[in-house]
Ligand binder design. Sequence first.
Ligand code: SF4
Length: 236
Amino acid sequence: MFSEFYQIFGQMVFIAGIIILAMLFSTLILGKILIKQDRLIFPKVLLLTIDLFYGPFKKFSESMGLDEKIVDHIGVEVRNKVNEKRFKSTKSDEKLLILPHCLRSPNCEATLEPSGLVCNNCKKCVIGTLKENAECVGYKVFIIPGSTFLKKIIEQNNFKAVLGVACYQDLNLSMMKLSKFSPQGVPLSRDGCFKTKVDPKAVLEKMGITEEVSAENSSIKNISPCSKETPDKHSF
Ligand code: SF4
C-alpha cells in the first residue's frame, strides 16, 4: 500500500520536474526571440515562469551558459509589451514617473526628503530635464534611493499607471509587484550605485514626448513640451 503510494508520488514529482524544465527552457527560447526579433509569443507562459520560478530560472539560465540578468531582461521586455496599450490609454495626470537617485550628478545639492530627492532642475544631470518634462505633461515625479521609498509612494498616492527607470533586476521585480498599475520600464544603460546613465530619449518616448535628444545625459537639446507645443495631457 505504502510502496504504491511512494511510487505514484515519485512519478508525479518526476513529471512535475519535467514540466518545470520544459517551461524554463521554452521561456528562455521565447524570451530570446522577444529580445532579438521583438516578437512576443505566449506572454502569459513567460510571465508565469518568471514570477513563479524567478530564482531557479536564474540558476537554470546560468547552467545554460547565459548571464542570469537575461531573466530580468526578458521580464522587463514582456511586461513593457503586455502593459503598453493600457499605459498609453491612461491619462498622464494619473501616472507616476519614478527615477533612481543614482542618476544624479556627483555635484547635486538637492536634499533628500521623506518623498525622495527634491530636485530643483539645476541642469547638472538628466533628472532635472526628465522631471520638468514629465511634470509638464501631468506626471507626478519621484526620485528615490530604494524600495522603502517606493512602498511609501505607492501607499500615499492615487495613480493608475507607473513609469520607472532602474537596473534590469530592480525594474523587473518592481514591475512584477506593480502589475496592476500597467507598469512601463526603461532600464539604465549604465547601472551601479553611482553616476548611472539612462537614455533620456527612451524615457521621454514612453511619456509620448518625441523631441531630439542627445544620448549623453547631460546634453539634452532644449526639450520643453510646455514651452513648445504641449503634447496632449490626456492622450499618451
Ligand atoms: S538636476 Fe536635480 S538631481 Fe540633477 S544635479 Fe541638479 S538638483 Fe540634483
